[in-house]
Design a protein around this ligand. Structure first.
Ligand SMILES: C[S@@+](CC[C@H](N)C(=O)[O-])C[C@H]1O[C@@H](n2cnc3c(N)ncnc32)[C@H](O)[C@@H]1O
Length: 271
């Protein structure tokens, strides 16, 4: 077992080319891959060796997943636990990390491309725009597994920031009602991305007024992300100061040659 460890890996949103180089290498080398079958694109598993054992965890409990991982690890096999997108967002990895630690099994988490960002690419939008919203609220639908009231969609809507809502497309009427009751105007732009980066990806654009009808017409009930806010269809925004010719910072001096790094502008790296 020396040097062996369990890898908890992000598979990205679906397009096999959105695997990280590291995720690709680990999948090529793996003896056992336990993947979240309800979300991971099976095309991604094509890189695995023909003799690798591939197990869909969709019908398993966490205890079953963990005992399979433990057994394989003790046999000295290379194990990948494969999550959709990035495992740090709704990946239930905290409990996996804790269970592995309790069992004395070393592990490493390999981040992936979340649908949070792939859906923004599909929508052709930037989630943070100067003068529109500089914050992103990430939340999920709370129908079957309720959210704490301080985090329910109506409460979060007061901020009118960019909001990205996972696992909520099946309850879009209620989401829209809560967003409007919480503070967004009915004209607020909304984007819905189904199967982001899969070959059958579908992008729906609308406003809080008409998105429910459009989603129903498209018959989308699962595996979609809801992005809400003016960033989806900005009428006005301000240019980023970072590249503004009239603005200097510690990495770029103005024409006068004077750097204002010592003023209140914090040192920033190129985004
Ligand atoms: C348990 S969360 C997993 C999120 C994942 N860890 C990530 O970072 O992308 C599952 C929810 O993510 C969203 N989702 C996952 N993959 C998607 C995709 N390819 N296209 C659109 N939405 C997706 C859906 O809202 C789905 O209900």
């Amino acid at each position: 077992m020396t040097g062996n460890k369990v890898y908890i890996v992000g598979a990205g949103p679906g397009d096999p080319e959105l695997l990280t180089v590291k995720a690709h290498r680990l999948l090529v080398q793996a003896d056992l891959v336990i993947y979240a079958g309800s979300l991971v694109n099976p095309e991604i598993l094509r890189v695995c060796r023909p003799d690798a054992e591939l197990v869909n965890s969709a019908t398993m409990t966490m205890e079953e997943v963990m005992s399979m991982i433990e057994r394989a690890y003790l046999e000295g096999r290379k194990v990948v636990r494969l999550h959709s997108g990035d495992p740090h967002i709704y990946g239930a990895i905290r409990e996996q990390m804790d269970m592995l630690r309790e069992k004395g099994i070393p592990y490493e988490v390999v981040p992936g491309v979340s649908v949070l960002t792939s859906a923004a690419a599909s929508l052709g939008t930037e989630l943070t725009l100067e003068g529109v919203s500089q914050s992103i609220l990430i939340t999920r639908g709370g129908q079957r597994i309720p959210l704490d009231p301080r985090e329910d969609i109506r409460a979060l809507a007061q901020h009118r920031s960019t909001m990205v809502i996972f696992a909520a497309i099946h309850m879009i009427e209620r989401v829209v009602r809560d967003l409007v009751e919480g503070g967004y105007s009915p004209e607020t732009p909304v984007g819905v991305v189904y199967h982001s980066t899969w070959p059958d990806e579908l992008v729906i654009r609308g406003t809080l007024q008409d998105i429910v009808r459009k989603v129903k017409e498209a018959r989308i009930y699962r595996t979609a992300l809801i992005v809400v806010g003016d960033v989806v269809d900005p009428k006005n925004y301000r240019r980023s100061k970072l590249y503004d010719p009239g603005y200097t910072h510690s990495f770029r001096r103005g024409n006068s040659g004077a750097s204002r790094a010592e003023e209140s502008v914090p040192a920033q790296r190129d985004p």
